[in-house]
Design a protein around this ligand. Structure first.
Ligand code: A3P
Length: 291
């Protein structure tokens, strides 16, 4: 990782794309943005937003999410677009465009900050983020690199060295911005979405300007979306079990691991948990944010 404007990035897969975004990305007023710190539930929210926004277009029995990686349906701006991959030439995509990115708030291009487009930010508790990130990095790291121990990953994470991190600065940036611009940024928590999926999917639909009608609530369409995007359903789809995400040359299954709240308990020691809690207490103090 290398540092750029106070945050840490992977030089090729992250930083290059963020610089491209800052210099070349042209926003449209109809765009919708999904932003997160890595491993906070991006994949899930991508599926939900894609399904909500396209719900009159696709039938649930032939839905693209059943056969195509969600990361191809919803491109990462900082990974996919700047290479104008087969996935997405941003100029050719029809409106409304839905993009995801891990860019920190302070680096977000003004054209996005000042547009009328909604931003959905998904956050997650740092202990589960760390464990998820460590497991993910072990799966995607080049074979010739030695394994990264949990202890080393933990130390780096505590020091703020993680992709697009520090984790705490990333989350705080969007948390504060969501308080300042409540009609532009919807700040979501993975834990809340797990606990009350129905309530949260309705919040998301309303914020994107596509609230569910009473009829949709009664005829089961809302539940169909929740089921289609659920961890169990997505993890077991053939495309996610055995398919490849061609842009990054990664197996799609790396994005689906446990999908639970609190899996950190199976990996972190009490001392590690206490130290992360203490850093969170200090960093989030006075902000009103807690996990
Ligand atoms: P775990 O590693 O804890 O299982 P991101 O999408 O931001 O990379 O985050 C990945 C995390 O979200 C992983 O967490 C993954 O299992 C979980 N996840 C992926 N799809 C999900 C879904 N449909 N519902 C809930 N969690 C999901």
């Amino acid at each position: 990782l290398c540092q750029y404007q106070g945050f840490w990035f992977q030089p090729l897969v992250g930083l290059e794309g963020i610089m491209w975004m800052q210099q070349h990305f042209i926003s449209r007023p109809t765009d919708v943005y999904l932003i997160s710190s890595p491993k906070s539930g991006t994949t899930w929210l991508k599926a939900l937003l894609f399904s909500i926004m396209n719900r009159t277009r696709y039938d649930f029995s032939t839905h693209p999410l059943l056969t195509t990686s969600v990361h191809e349906c919803v491109p990462f701006m900082d990974l996919d677009l700047f290479k104008t991959t087969p996935i997405a030439d941003p100029e050719v995509l029809s409106s409304p465009r839905l993009f995801a990115t891990h860019i920190p708030f302070t680096l977000l291009p003004d054209s996005i900050k000042n547009s009328s487009s909604p931003i959905f930010y998904i956050s997650r508790n740092p202990k589960d983020v760390l464990v998820s990130l460590w497991q993910f990095m072990m799966k995607v790291k080049p074979k010739d690199l030695p394994p990264l121990s949990l202890e080393d990953a933990f130390e780096m994470f505590c020091e703020g060295i993680s992709p697009c991190g520090s984790y705490w600065d990333h989350v705080l940036g969007y948390w504060k911005a969501s308080l300042e611009f409540p009609s532009k940024i919807l700040f979501l928590k993975y834990e809340d979405m797990k606990e009350e999926p129905l309530l949260n999917i309705k919040r998301v639909a309303e914020f994107v300007g596509r609230p569910f009608s009473l009829e949709e609530e009664e005829n089961g369409s809302v539940q169909e979306i929740l089921t289609l995007c659920s961890f169990e359903k997505m993890k077991n789809l053939e495309v996610n079990k055995n398919g490849f995400y061609r842009v990054r040359n990664t197996k799609n299954d790396v994005f689906f691991r446990e999908g639970k709240v609190g899996d950190w308990e199976n990996h972190l020691t009490n001392e590690m948990a206490k130290r992360l809690d203490e850093i969170s207490r200090q960093k989030f103090q006075g902000s009103g944010l807690m996990f």
